[in-house]
Design a protein around this ligand. Structure first.
Ligand SMILES: Cc1cc2nc3c(=O)[nH]c(=O)nc-3n(C[C@H](O)[C@H](O)[C@H](O)COP(=O)(O)OP(=O)(O)OC[C@H]3O[C@@H](n4cnc5c(N)ncnc54)[C@H](O)[C@@H]3O)c2cc1C
Ligand SMILES: *[C@@H]1O[C@H](CO)[C@@H](O)[C@H](O)[C@H]1NC(C)=O
Ligand SMILES: *[C@@H]1O[C@H](CO)[C@@H](O)[C@H](O)[C@H]1NC(C)=O
Ligand SMILES: *[C@@H]1O[C@H](CO)[C@@H](O)[C@H](O)[C@H]1NC(C)=O
Length: 523
């Protein structure tokens, strides 16, 4: 049966060798249509959308017809890339999840060009807004503030305070990114084993070390590591460098050319799906995957929208790509004989977005009333503090507070500010009132002081503890998994890279099966 199957595929391949073509013809003369490969992708985030996009391209090049169906339980494409609207007004989109990518993110940057999306550089500086651009707060005091327009690296102040450490960090980051970029190219790409790929490009030693040790080994001083680098790992990943691996630490320092898509990064993924011509079933949750007798899979899914309510669908696929963290996917795979992906802890991150006519209160940060608070407050730990691995915020109590932009409240016409807070627990009214320097009456902040608020708790990214092995990409024959890459690096780009990698592996396997089938004589 398997052999026949390979021959079916063989006939679809345009590169079929003439010597065996006649035999292929015998097999195929009875076929009205070439057998279309049926592929299911579970999840339409960066990974699933990129899988669909690249699969359609690779299959087309290989001459293999595919029919891709994407199952997505949300109402929209994007997964952790999603926007909400300030004032519930569509003209004020704000990223609720992944907000920035950088110029070395090839897949995203290429997609932005291909789909003609507009990007804006990620800069929070409103020149007419008072206060330094950024301050690093340790719960007691600002250990660093910056109001230089030229960016962190250009700042003489940084060099004055931290000596050669900033330059060494920059060079170390460049070398690390250089190694990572080899994962996009042959012979490393495509990779069936992420562990092996990491080893081949020389990054396994980097993921095996804590950020703290990796920086120390590279002569980067403790003040810079704790005050600047750790402020970055906390704002990006809600984690401290003592229990966060060296590779993700370097990712946090690779911020050159940071940008976001105007209107929302999710548009990259919506365009990838549209361009792939896949069918997408929104508000449809996959609940179970079963092995079918022909080597394929039956997917059982449930409609979630009022119209689809509880409608159960069973569909047969040749290949299934699970493009979501398995442990939060609620999929029953117990009937299949393969290694279940490890459950590993994710950060529970609370994102709070709100608008207010007020700037941050200087008093909240112990500044005198004639001083303005920084527009973006990132945090680090005071010297000597080592909070436990699962309570990383420590004495600041939050990871970051950012003034995103000023905007005109469409209801009042007044100038207001949009803010984003990352914290380990939802900020309460007492905290928000003190932060804005306003009254908290009967436990509430008035609607005039906070004019719009939106709260979301995410399983945002894994705890990036040092490690030297990663989840396999292939869970079993024809069953693929993208989310293992999140313990290596968790970003939109790396999920998109894994989606592309899986697409390449799937098509290569079809092609290889094809060859094996042709070489066999037991038809
Ligand atoms: C607050 C926050 C800030 C971040 N900041 C950045 C940033 O600035 N830059 C950056 O690059 N990254 C950032 N990230 C990380 C980034 O969002 C993720 O690494 C990336 O988006 C993961 O993409 P994914 O496709 O692998 O997973 P997801 O985006 O989680 O996609 C998985 C999809 O699968 C769907 N799904 C799950 N189970 C099922 C099921 N049973 N049936 C059907 N559908 C299912 C989900 O609904 C979801 O849409 C941030 C994340 C968060 C939460
Ligand atoms: C494509 O897949 C869908 C299931 O998602 C199925 O209904 C449809 O018939 C398939 N089309 C082809 C051409 O195989
Ligand atoms: C790209 O978008 C711009 C404006 O958004 C538009 O003027 C231009 O024609 C578009 N180009 C292509 C190739 O679609
Ligand atoms: C509000 O939050 C602050 C800081 O997170 C905390 O110290 C305080 O106890 C909380 N107050 C209430 C009433 O929950």
């Amino acid at each position: 049966m398997m052999v026949l199957w390979y021959h079916l595929v063989a006939a679809l391949a345009v590169w079929t060798a003439p010597a065996i073509a006649s035999r292929e013809q015998i097999v195929f003369n009875n076929q009205d249509h070439p057998r279309v490969k049926q592929v299911a992708i579970i999840g339409a985030g960066a990974a699933g959308s990129s899988s669909a996009y690249h699969l359609s391209q690779f299959a087309e090049t290989a001459g293999i017809p595919v029919n891709v169906t994407i199952f997505e339980k949300n109402t929209q494409i994007g997964g952790r890339s999603t926007t909400v609207h300030a004032y519930d007004d569509a003209s004020f989109p704000i990223e609720l999840g992944a907000s920035v990518f950088v110029e070395v993110n090839r897949i995203l940057v290429d997609a932005v060009k291909t789909f003609n999306l507009s990007t804006s550089s990620f800069s929070t500086t409103g020149e007419d807004i008072p206060g330094p651009d950024i301050g690093v707060w340790n719960g007691n005091q600002f250990v660093f503030t910056q109001d230089n327009e030229g960016g962190w690296w250009d700042s003489a102040k940084l060099f004055y305070k931290y000596g050669l450490s900033p330059l060494r960090t920059l060079n170390l980051m460049k070398a690390t990114v250089g190694k990572f970029l080899k994962m996009y190219e042959e012979p490393v790409f495509p990779f069936a084993s992420l562990t092996q790929a990491a080893q081949n490009v020389g990054l396994l030693a980097v993921t095996s070390a804590t950020g703290e040790d990796f920086l120390r080994e590279n002569n980067i001083g403790t003040p810079f590591a704790r005050e600047i680098i750790q402020a970055s790992t906390r704002v990006n990943y809600a984690q401290n460098i003592d229990n966060f691996h060296g590779l993700e630490t370097m990712v946090c320092m690779a911020s050159r050319g940071a940008m976001s898509v105007e209107g929302g990064n999710w548009q990259i993924f919506a365009n990838m799906v549209a361009s792939s011509k896949s069918s997408i079933l929104l508000e449809t949750e996959v609940t179970k995957i079963e092995q079918a007798k022909d080597g394929g899979f039956d997917l059982i899914s449930k409609g979630l929208s009022p119209e689809l309510h509880s409608q159960i669908l069973t569909s047969r696929f040749d290949d299934v790509i699970l493009a979501a963290p398995f442990q939060y996917s609620n999929i029953d795979i117990s009937s299949i004989d393969f290694r279940t992906p490890d459950a590993f802890p994710y950060v529970k991150l609370h994102v709070t977005l709100f608008t207010s006519p007020h700037l941050l209160s200087p008093a909240f940060f112990g500044l005198s009333a004639n001083k303005a608070a920084p527009q973006v407050i990132v945090t680090t730990l005071p010297p000597g503090e080592h909070p436990p691995a699962d309570a990383t915020a420590g004495s600041p109590g939050f990871y970051s507070i950012s003034l995103l932009q000023d905007m005109i409240n469409p209801k009042t016409g007044a100038t207001e500010y949009a803010y984003k807070i990352f914290s380990p627990a939802p900020p309460n009214s007492t905290f928000l009132a003190a932060l804005l320097g306003v009254e908290c009456e009967e436990g509430e902040v008035s609607d005039e002081d906070i004019t719009w608020i939106y709260r979301k708790a995410w399983h945002s990214y894994p705890y990036e503890y040092p490690r030297d092995s990663f989840e396999d990409v292939k869970l079993s024959n024809n069953l693929w998994y993208t989310s293992g890459i999140e313990r290596f690096i968790s970003t939109m780009e790396t999920s998109a890279l894994m989606g592309k990698n899986v697409a390449r592996l799937v098509v290569d396997r079809w092609l290889q099966a094809d060859k094996l089938g042709m070489g066999s004589t037991d038809l």
